[in-house]
Design a protein around this ligand. Structure first.
Ligand code: HEM
Length: 420
């Protein structure tokens, strides 16, 4: 049996945090293996990269999710008791709720709501000398997704709930004070939504019929029981938080538009002309090229062998999402931003995994890809056809040590003008 190559040094947590997107692929390349062992947060961790490793990782007879995500992420980004930590039949049952709530017609309704918000916000942006696009998207996405989900949100609450939702994905892995803020934000959001769902079940609050909030309130797990209010709140947040996080992809798409001006014309023609193939390809390339989630975590379900290596039950494993999306075995000139690559090929289930791999109904792959893609398309249409703006002098480099990685100045735009 071969020994799994070990990254040198006593603990690699600092090296991982300094370069979270490239850590796994770089070490796998140096050690010439699709899997290496690293000591992260004082735990030996298997680090997998590439399409073959992704296929292995999504084999649920070999890997499970229960207890895989580190506590600091469960207390912030994910929440405890949600779909991310379930396995087998319990997972599929809970996942069906998300697949139902995120069916194409529901996504279309969310897109309409976000479009309405773009219209509303542009008038305000036009009055400001400079608008930080990333931050400016947050309140509009919060308002849109709460309205869409059937979660009542008074105007006076928008700023607070926006800050809390953003803290879950933008501050979870930051320095201690930011992390603490993220923990407190989760507690506040869960209390708010658990109360709302409990009141709705008691008949004291009416949730809109057919809304996501109603679906979560009424959902029954395999045992036939509705979810405990706190867990129901976790699942409702699993719809609100990532929709606000699409601000990351929208900002990255706007960044790409600026950095790759040769894409402007074909993109504009595609969005205007009804042949959406180039626009689709552009959005896919943004999702492939830009860093968002570095990795996902699982645990070895029982002992097995792969490529001459032995894996033991309980070991913690990470699958490299960013590195797999940039793996030269799957992608020519992987580090070049080239939307045309997606005109010539369909993304596979294991080589293109910005939101996870395999299949969303049966596996942990993200159920929100349709939302992310549709909101990126909508926003590109607004940026190209329904408004005018400039990109003033600023630091446009991506901060690769930040999670999620963004242009350092948050992508400032100026001279915003709505086009009628
Ligand atoms: C903003 C862009 C998004 C990114 C980069 C993203 C990324 C991911 C990733 C990497 C996973 C984990 C896959 C795995 O564990 O194998 C995931 C899971 C999930 N995502 Fe997303 N996602 C995004 C948007 C969304 C949206 C818009 C929604 C819902 C409205 C959503 C809901 C979920 C849920 C509920 C899960 C857990 C699925 C499960 O465990 O079965 N995500 N996402």
């Amino acid at each position: 049996m071969r020994r799994i190559p070990q990254v040198s040094g006593w603990d690699q947590s600092l090296a991982f945090l300094a370069d979270p997107y490239r850590f796994i692929a770089r070490n796998c390349r140096q050690l010439r293996s699709e899997v290496v062992q690293a000591r992260l947060l004082l735990r030996q961790t298997l680090c997998f990269t590439g399409p073959r490793a992704a296929e292995l990782f999504y084999n649920e007879s070999l890997f499970c999710r229960a207890g895989a995500a580190p506590e600091p992420l469960r207390a912030t980004l994910f929440g405890k008791g949600g779909v991310q930590g379930l396995d087998g039949a319990a997972h599929r049952r809970r996942k069906a709720l998300f697949m139902r709530v995120l069916a194409p017609e529901q996504v279309a309704a969310l897109v309409r709501q976000v479009s309405h918000e773009w219209e509303h916000e542009l008038a305000r942006w036009a009055e400001q000398p400079r608008v930080p696009l990333y931050a400016a998207l947050h309140p509009m996405l919060t308002r849109a997704v709460c309205h869409w989900a059937g979660v009542p949100l008074a105007p006076a609450q928008v700023a607070l709930r926006t800050r809390e939702l953003v803290a879950l994905f933008d501050q979870a892995t930051g320095p201690p004070l930011s992390h603490l803020h993220s923990r407190l934000a989760r507690m506040a959001l869960e209390s708010w939504l658990a109360h709302l769902l409990a009141e709705a079940r008691a008949g004291r609050v009416e949730l809109p019929e057919g809304s996501a909030a109603e679906a979560v309130a009424l959902h029954r797990d395999e045992d036939g029981k509705v979810l405990r209010p706190r867990i129901a709140a976790v699942e409702l947040i699993n719809l609100l938080r990532p929709t606000v996080a699409v601000s990351v992809f929208i900002t990255q798409a706007a960044h790409a538009l600026h950095m790759a001006p040769q894409c402007r014309e074909p993109l504009s023609d595609s969005l205007a002309g009804g042949d959406m193939r180039y626009a689709q390809a552009f959005v896919q390339e943004v999702r492939r090229w830009y860093p968002f989630f570095p990795a996902v975590a699982a645990r070895v379900r029982h002992d097995f062998e792969w490529q001459g290596y032995h894996f033991s039950r309980g070991e913690l494993a990470l699958l490299d999402l960013y590195g797999t999306n940039h793996d030269p075995r799957s992608w020519d000139d992987a580090d070049e931003f080239r939307p045309q690559r997606f005109l010539a090929r369909k993304p596979g289930a294991y080589d293109f995994i910005p939101q996870g791999g395999a299949e969303p109904h049966a596996h942990h792959r993200c159920p929100g890809e349709g939302v992310a893609i549709a909101l990126m398309m909508l926003s590109l249409d607004w940026l190209l056809h329904r408004m005018r703006c400039e990109v003033p002098q600023q630091d446009l480099s991506l901060d690769m040590s930040r999670l999620p990685a963004l242009p350092r100045d948050g992508l400032l735009i100026s001279g915003v003008q709505a086009l009628s």
